[in-house]
Design a protein around this ligand. Structure first.
Ligand code: B12
Length: 546
């Protein structure tokens, strides 16, 4: 019987973990600061495990290094290599015959290679396989740098991995299967194809048993959702695969294709019910790339959520053109009071010509005001620094975004993900260094064009954050001083020297009639601005004089 060990590499580079930058969500442990890693339940791995178990008698185990590094209070290892070796040789009493590394994120690239190497030394007889967005797109580079892999999977892995496990002659099977990438096939100039499951119902209920549920409330992405107070017992679900849009910054289609495939509604009902009734889920976190692709189906799923009286979060940002008033009302009615909106840019030219999004600024305005009207809190995702974007585009976007009633903006720098259209464009135009893909985590700008430098984009990213979320905060503008204040106090919690947040909080206290508090916060803002050239610079830029 095969013993399979699933491994998720840390999705952060060692240097960023040990020496985190200020915008990389710092986390305090025993007084030290480490890079914070988001760790959601790994749906791909849980799906592979349940699919294999449906067909074969195997044992499976998961080591999710994101969870392990989040749990450590004081990281004593000198490198991730040392940490992987220690964990896999001493702490995990499991001798696998097949090791499956799942690597979705670009910054995990070196960790993938290191883990494979450590595994080869500790378990020399085991087959080492890998799949996910990185192996699918970077297989040439991986094989150029590593001798440790038996095979890399192109796209989704359920059918390829089952075939591999069933095969008596593994080498022959790998040679003949279109989704398995091997060194020999690359040398022979072969190309690779997806081997998808068309009817997703063939995949059994995900193997949630691989995960310790409590571990996944340590740092899931919903920590950032102010409207979801209960962060424990959240379960990640995905009711469809694929996305039919052509957003130039996305790489998801390289793994899942553009055609949508679905779980049937009966299956969705059965799985969600099981999660709520048997697993006591408080929150269901939908990870679908395009949940609203089929509106009727989406409305039925929302009705199931309502029936189950469970919280639902749509983490990936819902496509605005599908958020008609009736959909928003159904979401609100089902208890959804916080949405992430995939606005991406406030410039029509950037949206249409550079991002290829079928979205108009009128739609953005309408959805933002409908949400405000219905009492749904909105976070909008924005990307700045797309190849081709000009300084004028950024200032047009600013002007428009300041008129919206979005509660909070999450501003990222454009990142050329491997497999995305902008990656190819940036390489062709020499806008990026070919090895910079490992830095692609939306916190750091890496693109240089005729119009801007990465430094300019990072500066604008922070400036826009201060302008849209603080100085020109929509809740403040609309007289919701209590809500605005909550946002500013949260910012102070995360960054205790945030002079602009102190200043904005003082304005709210003043409006709320709490003059004493207003004075205290104003005084604090003044102290910080006088002490810190960093904050003095921003105070000057926003013409704040105290
Ligand atoms: C959920 C999700 C997250 C979760 C985390 C997921 C997790 N497990 O921890 C959260 C919300 C935290 C997240 C955050 C981010 N994400 Co994200 N995320 C996703 C999303 C939407 C779904 C992932 C998923 O569950 N897929 C469904 C399962 C079924 O697919 P899968 O995991 O790929 O697994 C299948 C195959 O890959 C393959 N496979 C996988 N492993 C293996 C192993 C073997 C051996 C084999 C044979 C096969 C195999 O088979 C699996 C089953 O079919 C994907 C897009 C997508 N649709 O995949 C983006 C995606 C992975 N994210 C992406 C990005 C960029 C980010 C962010 C940087 C975004 C940001 N603005 O900050 C952050 C950074 C996260 C971090 N490093 O800390 C990119 C990654 C591209 C890249 N090269 O880096 C993707 C591809 C989306 C995109 N825009 O292109 N993300």
């Amino acid at each position: 019987m095969d013993k399979i060990l699933f491994i998720i590499p840390p999705s952060i580079r060692f240097s960023d973990f040990i020496y985190p930058t200020t915008n990389a969500r710092l986390k305090k442990r025993k007084g030290r600061l480490y890079g914070n890693v988001l760790a959601d339940m790994p749906i791909g791995t849980m799906s592979l495990s349940s699919y294999i178990k449906k067909h074969l008698k195997v044992k499976t185990k998961l080591v999710d290094f994101n969870i392990l590094i989040n749990k450590v209070d004081d990281f004593k290892h000198v490198s991730f290599h040392d940490f992987f070796e220690d964990t896999l040789s001493k702490q995990i009493k499991y001798k696998p015959t097949v090791i499956c590394i799942s690597c979705l994120f670009s910054p995990a690239y070196q960790n993938l290679l290191t883990i494979a190497h450590v595994c080869k030394e500790i378990f020399p007889k085991a087959h080492i396989l890998a799949g996910g967005a990185l192996p699918t797109n970077n297989y040439r580079q991986i094989y150029a740098q590593s001798e440790d892999f038996t095979g890399l999977c192109y796209g989704e892995g359920e059918k390829p991995i089952l075939g591999f496990l069933q095969a008596k002659d593994k080498t022959r099977f790998l040679a003949g299967h279109p989704s398995w990438i091997t060194k020999n096939k690359i040398k022979a100039g072969k190309s690779f194809r997806f081997d998808f499951i068309e009817n997703l119902d063939e995949i059994p209920f995900y193997d949630y048993g691989l995960c310790n549920v409590d571990d996944y409330s340590l740092s899931p992405a919903i920590i950032a959702y102010s409207a979801v107070k209960e962060k424990a017992r959240n379960f990640h679900v995905m009711t469809s695969r694929g996305c039919n849009f052509h957003c130039t910054f996305c790489s998801s289609h390289t793994v899942h294709g553009r055609r949508l495939r679905y779980f049937s509604l009966e299956r969705v009902r059965a799985d969600l019910t099981r999660l709520v009734k048997k697993y006591h889920a408080h929150t269901l976190i939908f990870q679908d790339d395009h949940f609203l692709a089929d509106k009727e189906r989406a409305l039925k799923i929302i009705a199931i959520v309502k029936e189950l009286k469970v919280k639902a979060v749509f983490q990936n940002g819902l496509a605005l053109y599908t958020l008609t008033r009736d959909v928003l009302e159904a979401l609100k009615d089902a208890g959804v009071n916080h949405l992430v909106l995939a606005v991406e840019s406030g410039s029509q030219r950037v949206l249409t010509q550079l991002m290829h999004k079928p979205l108009t600024l009128e739609m953005v305005k309408r959805v933002a005001s409908d949400c405000r009207d219905l009492g749904i809190y909105t976070d909008a995702n924005l990307i700045i620094g797309m190849p081709g974007e000009t300084k004028k585009d950024i200032s047009d976007a600013r002007r428009f975004l300041k008129t919206l009633s979005i509660n909070w903006y999450r501003i990222s720098t454009a990142t050329p993900l491997v497999g995305s259209d902008i990656y190819k464009l940036c390489l062709n135009k020499n806008y990026i260094d070919k090895n910079s893909f490992e830095n692609c985590h939306y916190k750091k700008a890496v693109i240089t064009t005729e119009d801007f430098t990465p430094e300019y984009i990072e500066e604008m990213q922070y400036f826009l954050n201060l302008e849209l979320n603080f100085v020109e905060n929509s809740d403040y503008r609309l007289g919701n001083y209590r809500d605005a204040l909550d946002g500013f106090l949260n910012a102070i919690k995360a960054k205790p020297d945030h002079a602009i947040a102190f200043y904005c909080a003082s304005r709210c206290y003043q409006k709320l009639g709490k003059t004493k508090q207003a004075q205290i916060y104003r005084k604090k803002a003044k102290e910080i601005i006088n002490k810190s050239p960093f904050w003095k610079n921003y105070a000057d830029k926003f013409k704040i004089s105290i």
